[in-house]
Write a protein that binds this ligand. Structure first.
Ligand SMILES: Cc1cc2nc3c(=O)[nH]c(=O)nc-3n(C[C@H](O)[C@H](O)[C@H](O)COP(=O)(O)O)c2cc1C
Length: 299
């Protein structure tokens, strides 16, 4: 019998494979396709204090092996989430991680405080969003990371995860999050990137810069995780370009306690249950009972 359950950043998950924020909505659409109770957890779409309409179209732009997005954090706002989405999500049978975005450090604190009193299992601070103004720098500036995490920590009794951008001084930012009381670090969000619409002769997105995700970023995201694990005491949740159980295993061998899958869900909506199954089969094939003997073995 294989036991895939993991303890990550103050939260026990039935397995280490989590749907990444913004790529799985609030889980209910996917629940029509399969039992999303098979997932380790779901990170919600990034929640803000007020509802946001998001950016004008186009919002997605395919690239070879990758995807550029400029969604602009469209979401119904934290109140509608708490009233309408969260009760539905609680019925899905998996952990709920609320991903949040504040315009200011104080907004992060307010969101963390409200969600800490709710039924979510953990809170993930999104500290970079390449497609909203100001979003690019936050997670790359250790002082700003420390301030936001510190403010949230004081009001949040739930596990607090900090999601960083892959750019800037990621190690210093992660260490600042650790000192300020984070329970885990998610590495990473999308890369700042650009596409030009050659018919129009201008950037494809109205906001110009978008976020690159998908298989194109996997080796870089993997390197970020590998380096962070060597220096941090906190557990690291790997994210970036994972589309198969082999990818997930690479991140776990690099030392990740859990992984998040984003763009992979757009390529194959059944991607996550296939990854969970693939990990279990791989362990069983080697007569191993859990991931303990594998995690970090590549160091
Ligand atoms: C369409 C789209 C929307 C996203 N929205 C969010 C979001 O609201 N909050 C967040 O922290 N990350 C968001 N992300 C980033 C993903 O959660 C993930 O970190 C990133 O895409 C890298 O993983 P992947 O290559 O598996 O997609 C979004 C990504 C995509 C493609």
């Amino acid at each position: 019998m294989v036991d895939l359950s993991v303890e990550v950043g103050g939260l026990r998950l039935k397995n280490p494979v989590i749907a990444a924020a913004g790529t799985f909505g609030f889980g209910t659409e996917y629940a029509r396709l399969y039992d999303v109770g098979l997932l380790g957890g779901i990170c919600t779409k990034g929640l803000t204090l007020k509802p946001r309409p998001g950016n004008p179209p186009p919002r997605l732009w395919e690239t070879p092996c990758g995807l550029l997005n400029s969604i602009g954090l469209e979401n119904p706002g934290v109140e509608a989430f708490l009233q309408e989405e969260l009760p539905r999500m609680r019925g899905l049978g998996t952990a709920v991680i609320a991903n949040i975005w504040g315009e200011t450090p104080e907004e992060y604190r307010e969101l963390a405080e409200r969600l800490s009193r709710s039924d979510v299992d953990a809170i993930e601070l999104n500290l970079s969003c390449p497609n909203v103004p100001g979003g690019k720098i936050r997670g790359g500036v250790p002082e700003e990371v420390a301030r936001i995490v510190g403010l949230c920590r004081r009001v949040c009794e739930k596990p607090l995860w900090v999601k960083l951008p892959p750019e800037g001084d990621v190690l210093e930012a992660a260490q600042a999050a650790e000192r300020a009381g984070a329970d885990a670090v998610t590495a990473s969000n999308t890369f700042r990137a650009l596409a030009i619409d050659i018919e129009k002769g201008r950037p494809a997105f109205a906001g110009r810069i978008g976020g690159l995700s998908g298989p194109a970023i996997k080796p870089i995201a993997l390197r970020v995780v590998y380096e962070l694990v060597q220096k941090l005491k906190l557990p690291v949740i790997g994210c970036g370009g994972i589309t198969s159980w082999q990818d997930a295993l690479e991140f776990i061998m690099a030392g990740a306690h859990a992984v998040q899958v984003g763009t992979g869900n757009f390529i194959d909506p059944l991607c996550i249950p296939k990854i969970v199954r693939g990990l279990a089969d791989w362990l069983a094939g080697r007569g191993m009972e859990d991931l303990e003997g594998v995690r970090g073995c590549a160091h």
